[in-house]
Design a protein around this ligand. Structure first.
Ligand code: PMP
Ligand code: GLN
Length: 380
């Protein structure tokens, strides 16, 4: 039997590779993005209560209604933006499923989708599995700034979607209000859909404001927001997220969603809905993670790594060009094997594996782990 792969150049994700190597080498794992401290006991108890109170059968296709109301209230509170809980919000099995379903609901063979590199790894395979063509715009370290004239030069009648991500994984940069206005101007009057991956919306530092697409009325009308409770509530293994969009887009999303997953596990949704009644559960994240970022950076200030402090996400990029000119994948593997510290090389998210000699370290870790990691970084 001869199988012609639909994704011939895709192998195992770097997150799986680096986490497996970290386990094998008994290394501190600052590679794959997940916390090494527990999910809140109160949230765990609320999920248990939901199971004990009968939330064990299919949730409504679009998600538990209490959760959709809680999400809708959050957008009203934070952005003064209205998403109708019944028509404009759908709960998904993590952001990954939301992203895949958005792409599959709208992208036809040969449609062009613009993405910015370095790009989170699930965008391109979703486009290609649906026959679309990825138009990648490579951004440059260390600032990863967008040249909007370059973006304009790639937009044509073939452009069906633009995928954006701020705060940005893996670089830890954020888009400004001006970036969003530029995007709004470029897409005004077109049929381009914007997929705004906002999974790190609550992890933004130094008093910066998250520039959600919902703050820009014209942009909002053509946009999906995708979000992940795994990132917000420290439980990436639960795989619960959601997406929001105006009704005319959400109708099409749900046509695909109902045959893709139908609905997402019910007790987690109910537990999260109850937990979100207290807005502190998500609003306190900035302070929590800024302390972790600052702890790590203060401890490695004398090391040979160079850095610009992360502006958002729970990742910090470190430039090792003063230490070695090794390829970043080789250096990341050597650090894991020889120094027992795992990270993620950025080249895997770039066009043609562009190597800027930078590695990504996840600081969603206990202070003890961050102190141990910084001791290693100072020895290198
Ligand atoms: N987008 C980005 C930028 C991410 O970092 C992640 C990983 N959390 C996802 C999407 C996927 O989120 P989830 O784990 O909820 O599927
Ligand atoms: N989002 C996580 C990260 O960037 C990884 C998720 C995964 O392993 N697919 O590290």
């Amino acid at each position: 039997m001869h199988i012609k792969s639909k994704l011939p150049s895709v192998g195992t994700t770097i997150f799986t590779i680096m986490s497996a190597l970290a386990n094998e080498c008994k290394a501190l794992n600052l590679s794959q993005g997940f916390p090494n401290y527990p999910s809140s006991q109160r949230l765990n108890d609320l999920v248990t209560n939901a199971m004990n109170n009968g939330y064990n059968q299919y949730a409504p296709m679009a998600g538990n209604l209490d959760l959709r109301f809680a999400i809708s209230n959050k957008y009203q509170l934070l952005y003064n933006s209205t998403y109708h809980p019944e028509k404009e919000i759908t709960v998904t099995a993590g952001a990954t499923q939301g992203i895949y379903t958005i792409v599959s609901a709208f992208i036809r063979p040969k449609d062009e989708v613009i993405i910015f590199k370095p790009a989170y790894d699930c965008y391109q395979p979703a486009i290609e599995l649906n026959g679309g063509k990825t138009i990648a715009i490579q951004l440059s370290a260390p600032d990863y700034k967008v040249d909007w004239n370059e973006v304009a030069s790639h937009i044509s009648s073939k452009t069906k979607m633009i995928i954006i991500n701020s705060p940005h994984n893996p670089s830890g940069t954020i888009w400004s209000k001006n970036d969003m206005l530029q995007l709004q101007n470029l897409t005004r009057g077109t049929n381009i859909i914007v997929l705004s991956d906002e999974v790190y919306e609550h992890i933004i530092f130094d008093n910066e404001q998250h520039q959600s697409v919902c703050l820009f009325e014209d942009l909002k009308q053509r946009s999906f927001i995708t979000a992940s409770f795994g990132k917000t509530f420290h439980n990436t293994g639960w795989k619960v997220g959601y997406c929001c969009a105006p009704e005319h887009l959400m109708v099409e999303f749900r046509k695909a969603h109902q045959f893709n997953v139908f609905s997402v596990n019910h007790p987690m949704q109910k537990g999260i809905a109850d937990y979100m009644q207290d807005s502190g559960t998500y609003l306190d994240l900035n302070t929590f993670f800024q302390q972790k970022r600052d702890l790590l950076l203060s401890l490695i200030s004398e090391s040979r790594f160079k850095f610009k402090p992360s502006k958002g996400t729970y990742f910090q990029v470190l430039d090792y060009s003063d230490i070695t000119d090794e390829h970043d994948v080789d250096f990341a593997k050597r650090l894991t094997k020889d120094y027992q510290l795992a990270s993620i090389p950025l080249s895997v998210f770039n066009e043609k594996d562009k190597d800027d000699n930078v590695l990504r370290f996840c600081f969603a870790k206990t202070d003890e782990t961050l102190i141990k990691a910084s001791e290693i970084l100072c020895r290198i």
